[in-house]
Design a protein around this ligand. Structure first.
Ligand code: GLN
Length: 232
């Protein structure tokens, strides 16, 4: 750790009952644990249906089925979430979460629903569902995970993808997710931060605005093994 940390990392886990189908709540636990192992106090605030969205250093949105996804989007639209994100709170969004932050998304029956319009992206229904391993080249690193979605996402001009797809589909077979100054989004489940400890640390460093000391855990070894197997 490069300097003494006085503040607490607060992690807002958005609607785990709706957006927890694929185990993405594990991303909160990984951030919390990797912060604590560096001596940084961290706590998870699960945000339930009907709760106000509290202030947090980072919000996590996971994947979910179409109905719960639509309900989650409606609830968030009526909450303080969007204004907090516009004011700079960080977000990590996966799959349904990625789609909700966009302008619109299509779920069952091809109906189009309004997203939160925080990022200029549109999700339409694909011909086939994308299910399987996903590997994304993010800068100089590979992000591994699995995907399970029916949506195809198109980025608006000027929206930067999270990375280039090396295996699987991601948004459209070419790129996966998106990134802005305070949002990371991906189609990768895993949970993605458990499968990619390097990415968890990248997120933590940005949110905490500090350089973290390296950490060697079994997750780091498993990442290397999984990556080698998927790309080998
Ligand atoms: N319901 C969305 C879709 O099928 C998201 C699925 C998910 O979160 N895994 O595209």
């Amino acid at each position: 750790m490069s300097r003494k940390i006085e503040r607490v990392l607060t992690i807002g886990l958005i609607y785990p009952e709706l957006l927890g189908t694929y185990g993405d709540g594990g991303n909160a636990r990984v951030l919390c644990e990797r912060a604590r192992r560096r001596g940084i106090a961290a706590e998870i605030s699960p945000v339930g249906i009907g709760d106000d969205v509290p202030d947090a250093s980072i919000y996590l949105l996971g994947g979910g089925e179409d109905g719960p996804q639509r309900l989650g989007a409606d609830l968030l639209r009526r909450s303080s979430f969007s204004s907090r994100v516009r004011n700079g709170s960080y977000v990590l969004a996966v799959c349904a979460g990625l789609q909700i932050l966009g302008t619109s998304f299509a779920v069952e029956g091809d109906d189009e629903f309004e997203g939160l319009d925080l990022v200029d992206v549109v999700t339409q229904r694909g011909e086939t569902r994308s299910v399987g391993d996903l590997v994304v080249r993010v800068g100089e690193r590979d992000l591994v995970g699995f995907e399970n979605h029916g949506g195809r996402t198109t980025l608006g001009a000027g929206v930067e993808p999270l990375g280039r797809v090396e295996r699987g589909r991601g948004n459209d077979g070419a790129v996966d997710g998106y990134q802005t100054t305070n949002v990371w989004a991906s189609y990768a489940h895993g949970p993605v931060l458990a499968m990619n400890p390097w990415f968890a640390d990248r997120v933590l460093e940005r949110v905490l605005d500090l350089e973290l000391s390296p950490l060697s855990t079994v997750a780091d070894q498993l990442y290397e093994e999984r990556r080698a197997k998927l790309l080998g």
